[in-house]
Structure formats: C-alpha cells, structure tokens
Design a protein around this ligand. Structure first.
Ligand code: HEC
Ligand code: HEC
Length: 195
C-alpha cells in the first residue's frame, strides 16, 4: 500500500531548501502541469467521494447516512460537538474497532466518527467543480495542504475501510489503488478544477 506513495514526480522534486515554506502545490515542477489530464483524473476519482461508503460520513446535515441508499442514520444519531455523537449516544457505543459480522451490523474502525461541526467537509450534493474547489481550500479541509489530502486518501484507515465495508455493503466503484493514483495524478498535474 505504501508503494502507492512514491510517484516519479516526487523523487524528481529538488530537496527543499531550509527556508522553503511555500505550499506544496507551488513547488510542483511546472513541466508536469497538464490541466486537461488533471481534470480528467479528478473526474475518474469523483464518483468515489459520492459513493455511499464515503458520502455517508460526509453528509450535508448533522445526521450520518446509512446503507447503499444513504438513508438518515436510525436511532436519532447526530454529529455532536466533536463528530463523535450528541449527548450520551456516541458512535463508539455501537461502532467497534472492526466490522461486526452479520447483515445490518455496524461497520467498525478505530476512530469511527464524522468531521466536526466547525469543519464539516461535506461531500453530499457537491458537484465535481465544488468538490475540487473544496479540497484545494485549506479553510475547508482543516488546514490540510493538497499533499496532505493525497496522503489522507492513500493511507487513512477510515478511507481504506470503505473497501472492507462489512456484509451487505458495496465497496466504491474504483479499486483503492486506482482511486489514490487518480487523486495523485490530479494533484501532480496541477489540481485543475473541472469545467
Ligand atoms: C467513518 C466515517 C468516515 C468515512 C467512512 C469516510 N470518512 Fe473521510 N473523513 C472522516 C472524518 C472524521 C474526517 C476528518 C478527519 C480529521 O480531521 O482527522 C474525514 C476527512 C476526509 C478528507 C480530508 C478533508 C477534506 O477536505 O475532505 C478526505 C479527502 C476524506 N475524508 C475522504 C474520504 C473518502 C474518499 C472516503 C471513502 C473512500 C471517506 N473519506 C470515508 C470520516 C469518514
Ligand atoms: C445505537 C447504535 C449506533 C450508534 C450510537 C451509531 N451508529 Fe452508526 N450504525 C449503526 C448500525 C447498526 C449501522 C448499520 C446499519 C445497517 O447496515 O443497516 C450503522 C451504520 C452507520 C453508517 C453507514 C456506513 C456505511 O458504509 O453505509 C455510518 C456512516 C454511521 N453508522 C455513522 C455513525 C456515526 C458517525 C455515529 C456517531 C455520530 C454513529 N454512526 C453512531 C449503529 C449505530
């Protein structure tokens, strides 16, 4: 899995000088910039964000979504002040460290929660244009740079869990390797916003 993180573009990058503090996006070699290819890569990756395995935790409201039809979460579960549930009803009460066996059992993952209310990171209802802009805007990603977003979609356990979703739930449309590769290509070729 870690092999995915070693694209040729990165190794060609000059070592940062001690004073280099510019955002990673600006240090990408201009020669790699290709807006059309960048956009095309994003449009291949986009359906993964819109898939229930990702969108159900990135809802437009404060209620997580459930199932392949993305219906509102049962038991009146809400985001809460830290994304981990409102009042006594905490995500971890039902969502364990690993998937529980059986149909309609809670999927598990250490750290199962929604993004917090100050940084909702909504995917539900976003067009490809809106989503690309959001991912490039650190004020909407919790201060993550584009490089950090790429690492997140390549390695984060909640992201990887989408491909091991538990009984009765479909995985996202691309393989994880292909998804991570398309996101890296999008970023490396200039993170162009679809038109
Ligand atoms: C269990 C809920 C959950 C699932 C499932 C989930 N995420 Fe997330 N996601 C989160 C949380 C929580 C954060 C914020 C994490 C943080 O700040 O450390 C986050 C953050 C992100 C971010 C970074 C910030 C941003 O701007 O959006 C991206 C990108 C992302 N998720 C993509 C995905 C993708 C792609 C999938 C599916 C393959 C997915 N997530 C599935 C909960 C989830
Ligand atoms: C009372 C138990 C309970 C609590 C508390 C709970 N969940 Fe769930 N959750 C479930 C069950 C059970 C399922 C599976 C439902 C099914 O498949 O029919 C589920 C499914 C989900 C799904 C759908 C996963 C997918 O891939 O479709 C998401 C997202 C989710 N929960 C998020 C949360 C979040 C976030 C919290 C805390 C804010 C939370 N849940 C709190 C029991 C709970």
């Amino acid at each position: 899995m870690l092999l995915l993180l070693g694209p040729a573009c990165h190794s060609e990058r000059p070592a940062p000088s001690p004073s280099a503090s510019a955002p990673a996006t600006e240090t990408r070699p201009a020669a790699h910039r290709d807006d059309d290819a960048s956009r095309a890569a994003f449009l291949v990756a986009y359906p993964v964000f819109m898939h229930p395995r990702c969108m159900n935790c990135h809802p437009a409201s404060d209620v997580p979504l459930q199932g392949d039809d993305s219906h509102p979460h049962a038991q009146n579960v809400k985001r809460g002040p830290d994304g981990r549930g409102l009042y006594a009803l905490k995500c971890a009460d039902c969502h364990q460290e690993a998937n529980l066996p059986g149909a309609n059992m809670p999927p598990g993952n250490p750290n199962w929660h929604l993004p917090p209310p100050q940084m909702r990171m909504v995917f539900q209802g976003k067009t490809s244009v809106e989503l690309a802009r959001q991912l490039k805007d650190p004020s909407q990603t919790g201060g993550r740079t584009l490089d950090q977003i790429i690492i997140h979609v390549s390695e984060d356990k909640l992201v990887l869990g989408a491909w091991d979703p538990g009984e009765g739930r479909a995985p996202p449309p691309l393989s994880h390797a292909e998804f991570a590769q398309k996101m890296r290509e999008w970023a490396n070729k200039g993170a162009a916003v679809p038109e």
